[in-house]
Ligand binder design. Structure first.
Ligand SMILES: Cc1cc2nc3c(=O)[nH]c(=O)nc-3n(C[C@H](O)[C@H](O)[C@H](O)COP(=O)(O)OP(=O)(O)OC[C@H]3O[C@@H](n4cnc5c(N)ncnc54)[C@H](O)[C@@H]3O)c2cc1C
Length: 410
């Protein structure tokens, strides 16, 4: 049997970040993953500015190594396509200047990012990273948890569960429930030879009338690869009996802004499906001697589907909470609540605004009207850019009076 202070389940972005942060403070840990790295992870492969921000916060050298080893592509904005095929190009940062502004966002294959993070953990923690080690059960014992894994038993004083959405082992604590309204289903595929990609690597989000409040995406990747996909809330998929792959194929075959660009494109491998657990701030994500981080804590942005940045943030915060626990010898439910509070403070406002936007998108006629009015309005790109950097501006866009004033002030 292995014994440790902290056991982390999962070496995705949340678990790996937790391990790297713990290593910085020399807290003993074991981190396990059922997979070996590199391994495929179904994802859109788009990383917001939060990713470089939190990696740099852990260590500027780590960010340099990531850029050197993974060669991510810098992405400078989003092309929104609204119902009625109105196109809005919105830079992440207006008048971007590399000398003064941080990297706005990246695209990179998850296979590379996750393998890089696992490698960094291995370099720091050596044998404390156990890959090809699947957790079968987690049981509560005196002073912690006992894990039964394919590599034997592990006893830990504190547990960070960062096992994502595909884990199925029984646990003695509550996880956020799988409510269909708080889950999105998505399919992604890789293509080569898609033409007319944006010259500043903007990612493209198509909010098409039939799939609102979901969207179809086209994300450019390094080396001419393109990640294409569609994601829709699960309750809507079930209610309307939507076949996501079929809808994606139909858009690629016949949408006037999409089809001509795929005329000579080649599908690489098979499309794959996955789940996105959308932000659910009402649920407790910690308790007596445990914390949930990343997808298992339902931390995906309900509007954009961004989960990697939030997974990294939560792993970082979980590790800092663990450090506090060992400093103060406090592990109880009440003390652990500080983790929930910090997650809410750092990510809660953004997720709640995104949730409100997502609910607003359920009304296609209204979205269509706004898009029509906004098309050609010179204030819109700047206003939308400010949304990325200023949460209060984002909140303002939920105010109908503010929207009408902007739309009428051409
Ligand atoms: C189709 C799709 C597109 C997406 N697109 C984007 C995007 O473009 N940008 C973005 O930011 N986010 C995107 N996301 C969300 C993003 O992929 C997740 O939010 C992110 O991977 C969460 O990281 P995590 O560390 O919590 O979980 P994961 O990355 O899932 O890692 C969990 C780890 O736990 C391990 N594990 C599971 N069970 C066990 C077990 N029993 N024993 C041991 N180990 C176990 C797994 O092997 C895995 O390595 C997308 C998701 C989907 C499905």
């Amino acid at each position: 049997m292995l014994s440790t202070e902290v056991c982390i389940i999962g070496t995705g972005p949340a678990g790996a970040m937790a391990a790297l942060r713990l290593a910085k403070d020399n807290i003993p840990f074991l981190i396990v993953d059922r997979d070996e790295f590199p391994r495929e992870k179904i994802c859109g492969d788009a990383l917001s500015g939060k990713v470089p921000h939190i990696i740099r916060r852990l260590s500027p050298e780590l960010l340099e190594r990531f850029e050197e080893k993974c060669s991510p592509m810098n992405s400078f904005g989003i092309r929104f396509i609204a119902p009625g095929d109105h196109v809005f190009d919105v830079p992440f940062i207006e008048h971007y200047d590399a000398a003064i502004h941080p990297v706005p966002g990246y695209t990179v294959r998850r296979e590379l990012l996750d393998a890089f993070m696992a490698e960094e953990v291995k370099n720091l923690a050596g044998d404390h990273l156990l890959t090809a080690c699947a957790v079968n059960t987690v049981e509560r014992v005196d002073d912690g948890f006992m894990l039964d894994t394919t590599a034997g038993k592990i006893r830990a004083k504190l547990l960070i569960d960062a096992s994502g959405t595909t884990a199925s082992f029984p646990v003695p604590y509550d996880k956020p429930g799988p409510s269909a309204k708080k889950t999105a289903l998505a399919v992604r595929a890789y293509y080569r030879g898609v033409t007319d990609m944006h010259d500043q690597n903007f990612i493209e989000l198509y909010f098409l009338e039939d799939i609102l409040p979901g969207y179809f995406w086209i994300f450019p990747l390094p080396d001419g690869l393109v990640n294409v996909g569609i994601g829709i809330r699960k309750d809507i998929v079930l209610k309307k009996k939507i076949n996501l792959s079929a809808v994606m194929d139909e858009i690629i075959r016949s949408h006037p802004l999409v089809a001509p660009r795929f005329r000579d494109a080649e599908l690489m491998g098979k499309p794959a499906a996955g789940k996105l657990p959308l932000g659910n701030p009402k649920f407790r994500i910690s308790g007596d001697r445990y914390m949930l981080a990343g997808d298992v804590a339902h931390l995906v942005d309900p509007l954009t589907g961004e989960g990697v940045g939030n997974a990294l943030y939560s792993g970082f915060i979980a590790a800092e909470q663990a450090i506090e626990c060992f400093d103060s010898h406090l592990f109880g439910d009440k003390f652990m609540n500080a983790y929930d509070k910090r997650i809410k403070r750092v990510l809660g406002k953004e997720m709640s605004i995104s949730g409100n936007f997502q609910r607003m998108l359920k009304y296609p006629q209204m979205v269509k009207w706004i898009a029509k009015k906004a098309d050609g309005n010179k204030h819109i790109p700047g206003l939308m850019s400010s949304m990325f950097t200023d949460l209060d501006h984002r909140k303002k866009l939920l105010n109908p009076f503010f929207i009408i004033r902007v739309l009428l002030n051409r």
